[in-house]
Design a protein around this ligand. Structure first.
Ligand SMILES: [Zn+2]
Length: 59
């Protein structure tokens, strides 16, 4: 019997995305399961990441 069922759902964060809002200069980091857009915590604009880091498979 395999007990190697690791919880790998869509909620797992495998990317660390870096955002910077062009409207108010806010920059923040958010971890997602993909390189997806996030909303500016200040003005709620939808921003796409200017940089992204793969944090899956940490050794
Ligand atoms: Zn903003």
């Amino acid at each position: 019997m395999s007990n190697a069922v690791v919880a790998r759902g869509t909620e797992e964060f495998t990317f660390r995305n870096y955002y910077r809002c062009p409207f108010d200069g806010t920059s923040w980091v958010a971890e997602w399961s993909c390189r997806c857009n996030d909303r500016c915590p200040l003005c709620r604009a939808e921003i796409e990441p200017h940089d992204s880091e793969d944090i899956d498979g940490e050794e």
